[in-house]
Design a protein. Sequence first.
Length: 178
Amino acid sequence: ILLLKGGTWWFLAPDNGLIDLVFRDEHAEMCIDVKIGGSKYILPQVSSTFHGRDVFAPLAAHLASGVAPELLGNPIVPPAPSLGFVIGKPATRAGILHIDRFGNLITDIRIADPNVLKSVSVGKKGVRRWIQRYAEAPDRVPCLIIGSSGLVEIAVRNERAAKVLGWNESTTLGVSWA
C-alpha cells in the first residue's frame, strides 16, 4: 500500500498502478510504503475480501485524526508513474484504460483541443466524429468526446460503445492526427 502526498492532498492506494493516474499530473512530495503486517493502525482481523473496511478505512481515519504518516510505514522515493498518456504526435497507437458503466471506452489519449485528433481505429473500424456533449451524438453512431477526466472517450448514444465496436481494455487503437 502506498501513501502519497501531492499538494494539500493525501492519496492512499494499493501499489498496483492505480495511483499512476493521479501522479501523472501531480508531483508526489512524499511517499510512504505502508506496512500492514502487525500494524496497530488497521483492524486486528483482516479479511481477504474487505480491505476497504479492514485496512484502508482505518488507515485513512488515523491519518485524518492526526497520526504522523511516517508512523504508518517507511518513507521511500516516490515511484515514477508507469502509465503513459498519449498527448499528441508522433504517437500512432493508443489504448483503452477503462470501460465505464455506460459502455463508453475511456482511452489513454489526453488532449485539450479535439481538432488535433482526426480519428482512432482498429483495422477498418474507425471513429472520427467529434461531439461536445453526449446528447449531440446520433443514435448508434460511435463518436469521440473529451470526457470530464480530460481523456478522449468513445461513446455511442443509446448503446454501449464497447459492444458496438467489439473493443475492450486489451484493444490497441490506431491514432490519426490532424
